[in-house]
Design a protein around this ligand. Structure first.
Ligand SMILES: Cc1ncc(COP(=O)(O)O)c(C=O)c1O
Length: 451
Protein backbone atom coordinates (compact mmCIF):
# COMPACT_ATOMS: atom_id res chain seq x y z
CA UNK A 1 0.00 0.00 0.00
CA UNK A 2 1.42 3.44 -0.84
CA UNK A 3 2.28 5.50 2.27
CA UNK A 4 0.86 8.99 2.67
CA UNK A 5 1.13 9.85 -0.79
CA UNK A 6 0.70 9.35 -4.39
CA UNK A 7 -2.27 7.53 -5.75
CA UNK A 8 -1.59 5.24 -8.61
CA UNK A 9 -3.22 5.79 -11.92
CA UNK A 10 -3.49 2.29 -13.32
CA UNK A 11 -2.74 2.06 -16.96
CA UNK A 12 -5.66 0.61 -18.79
CA UNK A 13 -6.01 0.82 -22.55
CA UNK A 14 -4.02 4.03 -22.66
CA UNK A 15 -1.95 6.37 -20.53
CA UNK A 16 -3.61 9.02 -18.35
CA UNK A 17 -6.15 10.98 -20.33
CA UNK A 18 -4.48 14.16 -21.67
CA UNK A 19 -6.45 16.56 -19.49
CA UNK A 20 -6.33 14.47 -16.38
CA UNK A 21 -5.46 16.38 -13.24
CA UNK A 22 -3.23 14.03 -11.25
CA UNK A 23 -3.23 16.51 -8.37
CA UNK A 24 -6.95 16.18 -7.95
CA UNK A 25 -6.55 12.42 -7.59
CA UNK A 26 -4.12 13.03 -4.73
CA UNK A 27 -6.96 14.47 -2.65
CA UNK A 28 -8.60 11.03 -2.64
CA UNK A 29 -7.83 8.10 -0.28
CA UNK A 30 -4.41 6.55 -0.79
CA UNK A 31 -5.89 3.34 -2.25
CA UNK A 32 -7.72 5.22 -5.03
CA UNK A 33 -7.04 4.12 -8.59
CA UNK A 34 -8.56 4.71 -11.96
CA UNK A 35 -9.47 1.55 -13.82
CA UNK A 36 -11.04 1.73 -17.24
CA UNK A 37 -11.70 5.44 -16.62
CA UNK A 38 -13.66 4.62 -13.44
CA UNK A 39 -12.75 5.56 -9.88
CA UNK A 40 -12.00 2.73 -7.48
CA UNK A 41 -11.13 2.87 -3.78
CA UNK A 42 -9.43 -0.15 -2.17
CA UNK A 43 -10.23 -2.00 -5.38
CA UNK A 44 -13.98 -1.25 -5.20
CA UNK A 45 -15.69 0.45 -8.10
CA UNK A 46 -17.47 3.57 -6.78
CA UNK A 47 -20.14 3.44 -9.48
CA UNK A 48 -21.02 -0.14 -8.51
CA UNK A 49 -21.15 0.80 -4.82
CA UNK A 50 -23.45 3.70 -5.65
CA UNK A 51 -25.73 1.44 -7.74
CA UNK A 52 -25.94 -1.07 -4.91
CA UNK A 53 -26.27 1.30 -1.94
CA UNK A 54 -27.87 4.39 -3.46
CA UNK A 55 -26.70 7.99 -3.22
CA UNK A 56 -25.70 10.18 -1.52
CA UNK A 57 -23.19 7.62 -0.31
CA UNK A 58 -20.14 7.90 1.94
CA UNK A 59 -17.19 5.51 1.78
CA UNK A 60 -14.26 5.30 4.21
CA UNK A 61 -10.94 3.77 3.17
CA UNK A 62 -9.31 1.84 5.98
CA UNK A 63 -5.84 2.04 4.42
CA UNK A 64 -5.94 5.84 4.58
CA UNK A 65 -7.10 5.80 8.19
CA UNK A 66 -4.32 3.37 9.13
CA UNK A 67 -1.75 5.42 7.27
CA UNK A 68 -2.66 8.60 9.17
CA UNK A 69 -2.76 6.88 12.58
CA UNK A 70 0.63 5.26 11.94
CA UNK A 71 1.96 8.62 10.71
CA UNK A 72 1.09 10.22 14.07
CA UNK A 73 2.40 7.32 16.11
CA UNK A 74 5.71 6.99 14.31
CA UNK A 75 6.29 10.77 14.36
CA UNK A 76 5.72 10.79 18.14
CA UNK A 77 7.95 7.75 18.64
CA UNK A 78 10.82 9.36 16.75
CA UNK A 79 10.57 12.87 18.22
CA UNK A 80 9.45 12.47 21.83
CA UNK A 81 11.35 10.39 24.40
CA UNK A 82 8.58 10.02 27.00
CA UNK A 83 5.18 8.32 26.72
CA UNK A 84 2.98 9.87 24.08
CA UNK A 85 -0.54 9.10 22.88
CA UNK A 86 -2.82 9.95 20.02
CA UNK A 87 -6.41 10.86 20.84
CA UNK A 88 -8.96 10.72 18.04
CA UNK A 89 -11.34 13.69 18.20
CA UNK A 90 -14.63 11.84 17.73
CA UNK A 91 -16.44 15.01 16.74
CA UNK A 92 -14.89 14.63 13.26
CA UNK A 93 -16.94 11.44 12.72
CA UNK A 94 -17.93 8.82 15.22
CA UNK A 95 -19.90 5.62 14.78
CA UNK A 96 -19.54 2.14 16.20
CA UNK A 97 -17.17 0.90 13.48
CA UNK A 98 -14.93 3.95 13.61
CA UNK A 99 -14.73 3.77 17.39
CA UNK A 100 -13.77 0.08 17.04
CA UNK A 101 -11.12 1.00 14.48
CA UNK A 102 -9.52 3.47 16.95
CA UNK A 103 -8.78 0.54 19.25
CA UNK A 104 -6.84 -1.29 16.54
CA UNK A 105 -4.30 1.53 17.01
CA UNK A 106 -4.80 1.94 20.76
CA UNK A 107 -6.07 5.51 20.32
CA UNK A 108 -7.81 7.44 23.05
CA UNK A 109 -11.21 8.73 21.93
CA UNK A 110 -12.18 12.33 22.68
CA UNK A 111 -15.94 12.28 23.27
CA UNK A 112 -18.03 15.42 23.53
CA UNK A 113 -20.84 14.65 25.92
CA UNK A 114 -22.99 11.70 26.84
CA UNK A 115 -23.90 10.79 23.23
CA UNK A 116 -20.37 10.32 21.95
CA UNK A 117 -19.37 8.61 25.21
CA UNK A 118 -22.23 6.13 24.65
CA UNK A 119 -21.00 5.33 21.12
CA UNK A 120 -17.41 4.79 22.31
CA UNK A 121 -18.54 2.64 25.25
CA UNK A 122 -20.84 0.57 22.98
CA UNK A 123 -17.87 -0.03 20.68
CA UNK A 124 -15.95 -1.47 23.61
CA UNK A 125 -13.47 1.39 23.99
CA UNK A 126 -12.00 0.80 27.45
CA UNK A 127 -12.45 3.40 30.16
CA UNK A 128 -8.80 4.43 30.12
CA UNK A 129 -9.13 5.29 26.41
CA UNK A 130 -12.18 7.55 26.74
CA UNK A 131 -11.61 11.25 27.33
CA UNK A 132 -14.60 13.49 28.04
CA UNK A 133 -14.69 16.97 26.51
CA UNK A 134 -17.38 19.63 26.33
CA UNK A 135 -17.67 23.37 26.80
CA UNK A 136 -20.85 23.23 28.89
CA UNK A 137 -21.17 19.68 30.13
CA UNK A 138 -24.57 18.79 31.56
CA UNK A 139 -24.88 16.68 34.69
CA UNK A 140 -25.81 13.77 32.38
CA UNK A 141 -22.57 14.31 30.44
CA UNK A 142 -20.62 14.31 33.71
CA UNK A 143 -22.38 11.19 34.97
CA UNK A 144 -21.61 9.37 31.68
CA UNK A 145 -18.00 10.57 31.92
CA UNK A 146 -17.79 9.36 35.50
CA UNK A 147 -19.05 5.95 34.46
CA UNK A 148 -17.12 5.42 31.21
CA UNK A 149 -14.23 7.88 30.89
CA UNK A 150 -10.69 7.78 32.21
CA UNK A 151 -10.16 11.53 31.82
CA UNK A 152 -12.41 14.59 32.05
CA UNK A 153 -11.09 17.81 30.54
CA UNK A 154 -12.61 20.52 32.72
CA UNK A 155 -13.76 23.53 30.72
CA UNK A 156 -14.79 25.97 33.43
CA UNK A 157 -15.04 26.63 37.16
CA UNK A 158 -18.76 25.99 37.52
CA UNK A 159 -18.28 22.59 35.87
CA UNK A 160 -15.48 21.89 38.34
CA UNK A 161 -17.76 22.83 41.22
CA UNK A 162 -20.36 20.38 39.93
CA UNK A 163 -17.70 17.68 39.61
CA UNK A 164 -16.69 18.40 43.20
CA UNK A 165 -20.26 17.68 44.29
CA UNK A 166 -20.66 14.50 42.25
CA UNK A 167 -20.56 11.37 44.36
CA UNK A 168 -17.52 9.72 42.81
CA UNK A 169 -15.75 6.70 44.20
CA UNK A 170 -13.38 5.91 41.37
CA UNK A 171 -13.13 9.30 39.65
CA UNK A 172 -11.66 9.92 36.21
CA UNK A 173 -8.51 12.00 36.34
CA UNK A 174 -8.95 15.67 35.55
CA UNK A 175 -7.17 17.94 33.12
CA UNK A 176 -7.82 21.68 32.95
CA UNK A 177 -8.57 23.34 29.60
CA UNK A 178 -6.62 26.54 29.14
CA UNK A 179 -7.78 29.40 26.95
CA UNK A 180 -4.37 30.55 25.68
CA UNK A 181 -5.65 33.78 24.13
CA UNK A 182 -3.79 32.98 20.88
CA UNK A 183 -5.60 31.54 17.92
CA UNK A 184 -4.24 29.64 14.95
CA UNK A 185 -4.84 30.87 11.42
CA UNK A 186 -7.79 29.09 9.88
CA UNK A 187 -9.99 29.66 6.86
CA UNK A 188 -12.81 31.14 8.97
CA UNK A 189 -13.27 32.72 12.42
CA UNK A 190 -15.77 29.99 13.32
CA UNK A 191 -13.03 27.38 13.35
CA UNK A 192 -10.84 29.29 15.83
CA UNK A 193 -11.09 28.44 19.52
CA UNK A 194 -7.97 29.79 21.25
CA UNK A 195 -8.48 33.55 20.93
CA UNK A 196 -9.06 35.86 23.86
CA UNK A 197 -12.85 36.15 23.39
CA UNK A 198 -13.41 32.43 22.78
CA UNK A 199 -16.06 30.54 24.77
CA UNK A 200 -13.71 27.60 25.32
CA UNK A 201 -11.53 26.92 28.35
CA UNK A 202 -10.22 28.95 31.28
CA UNK A 203 -8.01 32.01 31.54
CA UNK A 204 -4.70 31.83 33.37
CA UNK A 205 -6.30 33.12 36.57
CA UNK A 206 -9.19 30.68 36.34
CA UNK A 207 -6.78 27.77 35.78
CA UNK A 208 -4.91 28.63 38.99
CA UNK A 209 -8.21 28.93 40.87
CA UNK A 210 -9.31 25.55 39.46
CA UNK A 211 -6.01 23.95 40.49
CA UNK A 212 -6.54 25.27 44.04
CA UNK A 213 -10.09 23.92 44.10
CA UNK A 214 -8.79 20.51 43.02
CA UNK A 215 -6.15 20.59 45.76
CA UNK A 216 -8.66 21.60 48.44
CA UNK A 217 -11.13 18.90 47.37
CA UNK A 218 -8.55 16.22 46.81
CA UNK A 219 -9.49 15.82 43.15
CA UNK A 220 -7.13 13.85 40.90
CA UNK A 221 -5.81 16.70 38.75
CA UNK A 222 -2.85 15.68 36.59
CA UNK A 223 -2.99 17.47 33.25
CA UNK A 224 -3.41 20.60 31.19
CA UNK A 225 -4.97 20.97 27.75
CA UNK A 226 -5.67 23.58 25.12
CA UNK A 227 -7.03 23.57 21.57
CA UNK A 228 -6.57 26.64 19.41
CA UNK A 229 -8.63 25.87 16.33
CA UNK A 230 -9.30 23.52 13.49
CA UNK A 231 -7.76 23.13 10.03
CA UNK A 232 -4.58 25.17 10.44
CA UNK A 233 -1.27 24.69 8.62
CA UNK A 234 1.01 27.12 10.39
CA UNK A 235 2.06 25.67 13.77
CA UNK A 236 3.73 28.94 14.87
CA UNK A 237 0.88 30.12 17.18
CA UNK A 238 1.19 26.84 19.11
CA UNK A 239 4.50 28.00 20.57
CA UNK A 240 3.25 30.86 22.82
CA UNK A 241 0.33 28.67 23.92
CA UNK A 242 2.70 25.81 24.82
CA UNK A 243 4.89 28.28 26.75
CA UNK A 244 1.90 29.59 28.68
CA UNK A 245 0.67 26.07 29.50
CA UNK A 246 4.12 25.03 30.71
CA UNK A 247 4.38 28.15 32.90
CA UNK A 248 1.07 27.14 34.47
CA UNK A 249 2.17 23.52 34.87
CA UNK A 250 5.20 24.80 36.78
CA UNK A 251 3.09 27.10 38.93
CA UNK A 252 0.56 24.36 39.70
CA UNK A 253 3.44 22.07 40.58
CA UNK A 254 2.96 19.21 38.13
CA UNK A 255 5.79 16.71 38.36
CA UNK A 256 6.48 13.04 37.82
CA UNK A 257 3.74 11.56 35.67
CA UNK A 258 1.70 14.47 34.39
CA UNK A 259 -0.17 14.99 31.12
CA UNK A 260 -0.05 17.70 28.49
CA UNK A 261 -2.25 18.02 25.40
CA UNK A 262 -1.91 20.90 22.92
CA UNK A 263 -5.12 19.77 21.19
CA UNK A 264 -5.61 18.91 17.55
CA UNK A 265 -6.56 20.94 14.51
CA UNK A 266 -3.82 20.05 12.02
CA UNK A 267 -5.14 20.77 8.54
CA UNK A 268 -6.07 18.77 5.49
CA UNK A 269 -5.91 19.71 1.79
CA UNK A 270 -9.42 19.98 0.34
CA UNK A 271 -8.58 21.34 -3.09
CA UNK A 272 -5.73 20.70 -5.52
CA UNK A 273 -4.52 24.27 -4.94
CA UNK A 274 -3.92 23.33 -1.26
CA UNK A 275 -1.73 20.30 -2.01
CA UNK A 276 0.56 18.83 -0.79
CA UNK A 277 -1.17 17.46 2.27
CA UNK A 278 0.14 19.16 5.43
CA UNK A 279 2.93 17.02 6.90
CA UNK A 280 1.90 15.22 10.09
CA UNK A 281 5.55 14.47 10.76
CA UNK A 282 6.70 18.11 10.83
CA UNK A 283 3.69 19.19 12.92
CA UNK A 284 4.39 16.51 15.54
CA UNK A 285 8.14 17.21 15.55
CA UNK A 286 7.53 20.94 16.07
CA UNK A 287 5.31 20.31 19.08
CA UNK A 288 7.65 17.71 20.58
CA UNK A 289 10.65 20.04 20.29
CA UNK A 290 8.77 22.95 21.87
CA UNK A 291 7.59 20.79 24.77
CA UNK A 292 11.04 19.29 25.39
CA UNK A 293 12.80 22.66 25.30
CA UNK A 294 10.08 24.37 27.32
CA UNK A 295 10.24 21.74 30.05
CA UNK A 296 14.03 21.75 30.18
CA UNK A 297 14.22 25.53 30.53
CA UNK A 298 11.69 25.46 33.40
CA UNK A 299 13.09 22.42 35.17
CA UNK A 300 9.82 20.55 34.56
CA UNK A 301 9.59 16.78 34.20
CA UNK A 302 8.63 15.84 30.64
CA UNK A 303 4.90 15.15 30.53
CA UNK A 304 3.04 12.31 28.87
CA UNK A 305 2.32 14.11 25.60
CA UNK A 306 -1.10 13.74 23.96
CA UNK A 307 -2.14 14.99 20.51
CA UNK A 308 -5.82 15.21 19.64
CA UNK A 309 -6.36 15.17 15.88
CA UNK A 310 -9.70 14.59 14.18
CA UNK A 311 -9.64 15.95 10.65
CA UNK A 312 -6.05 14.97 9.82
CA UNK A 313 -6.87 11.36 10.79
CA UNK A 314 -10.15 10.86 8.95
CA UNK A 315 -10.85 13.61 6.41
CA UNK A 316 -8.93 12.11 3.49
CA UNK A 317 -10.25 8.61 4.17
CA UNK A 318 -13.81 9.67 3.28
CA UNK A 319 -15.38 10.19 -0.14
CA UNK A 320 -18.92 11.42 -0.77
CA UNK A 321 -20.63 10.09 -3.91
CA UNK A 322 -23.52 12.17 -5.23
CA UNK A 323 -25.74 11.73 -8.28
CA UNK A 324 -26.46 14.69 -10.51
CA UNK A 325 -30.20 15.15 -11.01
CA UNK A 326 -30.28 18.24 -13.21
CA UNK A 327 -28.01 20.76 -14.92
CA UNK A 328 -29.03 24.44 -15.10
CA UNK A 329 -27.35 27.36 -16.83
CA UNK A 330 -27.90 30.66 -15.06
CA UNK A 331 -25.92 33.58 -16.46
CA UNK A 332 -22.25 32.66 -16.22
CA UNK A 333 -22.99 29.79 -13.87
CA UNK A 334 -23.59 26.16 -14.70
CA UNK A 335 -25.27 24.49 -11.72
CA UNK A 336 -25.08 20.75 -11.19
CA UNK A 337 -27.89 19.86 -8.81
CA UNK A 338 -26.95 16.82 -6.76
CA UNK A 339 -28.77 14.57 -4.30
CA UNK A 340 -26.29 15.42 -1.51
CA UNK A 341 -25.65 18.84 -0.06
CA UNK A 342 -25.88 20.81 3.15
CA UNK A 343 -27.81 18.11 5.06
CA UNK A 344 -24.85 15.70 4.86
CA UNK A 345 -22.14 18.36 4.47
CA UNK A 346 -22.93 21.75 5.99
CA UNK A 347 -19.32 23.00 5.78
CA UNK A 348 -19.89 25.41 2.88
CA UNK A 349 -23.00 26.83 4.53
CA UNK A 350 -21.21 27.14 7.88
CA UNK A 351 -17.94 28.63 6.75
CA UNK A 352 -17.59 28.69 2.99
CA UNK A 353 -15.42 25.57 2.85
CA UNK A 354 -13.92 24.78 -0.57
CA UNK A 355 -13.85 21.39 -2.30
CA UNK A 356 -12.89 19.69 -5.51
CA UNK A 357 -14.32 16.60 -7.21
CA UNK A 358 -14.03 14.08 -10.02
CA UNK A 359 -16.60 12.26 -12.07
CA UNK A 360 -16.97 8.63 -10.97
CA UNK A 361 -17.00 7.28 -14.54
CA UNK A 362 -15.30 8.81 -17.53
CA UNK A 363 -12.66 10.19 -15.18
CA UNK A 364 -10.34 12.51 -17.01
CA UNK A 365 -12.75 13.52 -19.73
CA UNK A 366 -11.77 16.78 -21.36
CA UNK A 367 -12.66 19.82 -19.27
CA UNK A 368 -15.51 21.77 -20.76
CA UNK A 369 -15.84 24.68 -18.31
CA UNK A 370 -16.51 25.58 -14.72
CA UNK A 371 -19.42 24.15 -12.77
CA UNK A 372 -20.92 24.95 -9.39
CA UNK A 373 -22.52 22.15 -7.43
CA UNK A 374 -25.55 22.59 -5.20
CA UNK A 375 -27.71 20.18 -3.23
CA UNK A 376 -31.46 19.57 -3.20
CA UNK A 377 -32.27 21.57 -0.05
CA UNK A 378 -34.35 24.74 0.24
CA UNK A 379 -31.49 27.14 0.99
CA UNK A 380 -29.45 29.19 -1.46
CA UNK A 381 -26.49 28.43 0.79
CA UNK A 382 -26.88 24.72 0.02
CA UNK A 383 -23.71 24.76 -2.06
CA UNK A 384 -21.02 22.10 -2.22
CA UNK A 385 -18.53 23.52 -4.72
CA UNK A 386 -18.23 26.79 -6.61
CA UNK A 387 -16.68 27.31 -10.02
CA UNK A 388 -14.65 24.14 -10.47
CA UNK A 389 -13.31 23.19 -13.93
CA UNK A 390 -14.94 19.87 -14.89
CA UNK A 391 -15.68 17.80 -17.97
CA UNK A 392 -19.17 17.87 -19.40
CA UNK A 393 -21.59 16.34 -16.93
CA UNK A 394 -25.22 15.40 -17.54
CA UNK A 395 -28.17 14.45 -15.36
CA UNK A 396 -27.72 10.92 -14.05
CA UNK A 397 -23.90 11.10 -13.78
CA UNK A 398 -22.11 10.41 -10.50
CA UNK A 399 -19.52 12.68 -8.90
CA UNK A 400 -17.08 11.85 -6.10
CA UNK A 401 -16.06 14.49 -3.57
CA UNK A 402 -12.79 13.73 -1.75
CA UNK A 403 -11.77 14.75 1.78
CA UNK A 404 -15.31 14.08 2.96
CA UNK A 405 -14.40 12.09 6.07
CA UNK A 406 -14.45 14.81 8.73
CA UNK A 407 -17.23 17.14 9.90
CA UNK A 408 -19.70 16.02 7.24
CA UNK A 409 -21.82 13.25 8.72
CA UNK A 410 -21.05 14.28 12.31
CA UNK A 411 -22.66 17.65 11.51
CA UNK A 412 -25.38 16.27 9.26
CA UNK A 413 -29.07 17.01 9.73
CA UNK A 414 -32.54 15.93 8.70
CA UNK A 415 -33.23 19.30 7.07
CA UNK A 416 -36.11 19.04 4.59
CA UNK A 417 -36.65 15.49 5.85
CA UNK A 418 -33.24 14.40 4.56
CA UNK A 419 -32.28 10.89 5.53
CA UNK A 420 -28.65 10.54 6.49
CA UNK A 421 -26.61 8.59 3.91
CA UNK A 422 -25.31 5.05 4.14
CA UNK A 423 -21.63 4.64 5.02
CA UNK A 424 -19.45 1.86 3.58
CA UNK A 425 -16.14 0.73 5.08
CA UNK A 426 -13.67 -0.25 2.38
CA UNK A 427 -10.78 -2.64 2.64
CA UNK A 428 -9.20 -4.72 -0.11
CA UNK A 429 -11.67 -7.58 -0.67
CA UNK A 430 -14.22 -6.15 1.80
CA UNK A 431 -16.89 -3.49 1.38
CA UNK A 432 -19.00 -3.40 4.49
CA UNK A 433 -22.04 -1.32 5.42
CA UNK A 434 -21.22 0.40 8.75
CA UNK A 435 -24.15 2.81 8.86
CA UNK A 436 -27.36 2.14 6.98
CA UNK A 437 -29.20 4.93 5.23
CA UNK A 438 -31.88 6.52 7.40
CA UNK A 439 -35.46 5.78 6.44
CA UNK A 440 -38.67 7.76 6.74
CA UNK A 441 -39.47 5.52 9.74
CA UNK A 442 -36.32 6.88 11.39
CA UNK A 443 -37.63 10.40 10.80
CA UNK A 444 -40.88 9.58 12.57
CA UNK A 445 -39.35 7.54 15.40
CA UNK A 446 -39.21 10.38 17.96
CA UNK A 447 -42.56 11.92 17.11
CA UNK A 448 -45.76 11.55 19.08
CA UNK A 449 -49.21 12.39 17.67
CA UNK A 450 -51.33 15.13 19.22
CA UNK A 451 -54.18 12.71 19.73
C1 LIG B 1 -11.04 20.03 21.97
C2 LIG B 1 -10.81 19.64 20.57
N1 LIG B 1 -9.83 18.77 20.30
C3 LIG B 1 -9.58 18.35 19.05
C4 LIG B 1 -10.34 18.81 17.99
C5 LIG B 1 -10.02 18.27 16.63
O1 LIG B 1 -9.80 19.22 15.66
P1 LIG B 1 -9.42 18.70 14.21
O2 LIG B 1 -10.49 17.77 13.77
O3 LIG B 1 -9.37 19.92 13.37
O4 LIG B 1 -8.09 18.01 14.33
C6 LIG B 1 -11.36 19.73 18.22
C7 LIG B 1 -12.16 20.26 17.10
O5 LIG B 1 -12.89 21.18 17.16
C8 LIG B 1 -11.61 20.15 19.55
O6 LIG B 1 -12.58 21.01 19.82
Amino acid sequence: MPRSGQNTLEKTASNPPPNFDMNRLDLFPISTKIKNDRLTVAGHDLAELAEKNGTPLYVYDRATLDDAALGYKSALASSYPEPASVTYAGKAFLCLALAQWTQSHGLTVDCTGEGEIAIAAAAGVPRENILAHGVNKSNEDLKAAKKHAGIIVVDNLSELNRITNLPITNPPTLWLRLLPGVSVTTHHAHTQTGHQESKFGMTRGEILEAANLCRENNLPLNGIHFHQGSNFRDPEPLIPAIEMALDLAKEIGFSGEWHFCPGGGWGAAYHEDELPHPSIESYVRGIAEAVIEGCQSRGLDLPHLHLEPGRSLVARAGVAVYRVGAVKKRGDKTWLLTDGGMADNPRFALYGAGYSCLTVSGVGGERSGKVSIAGPYCESGDIVIEDLPMPKIKAGDLIAIPVAGAYHLSMSSNYNGARRPAVIWLEERDARLIQRRETTDDLLRRDLPLG
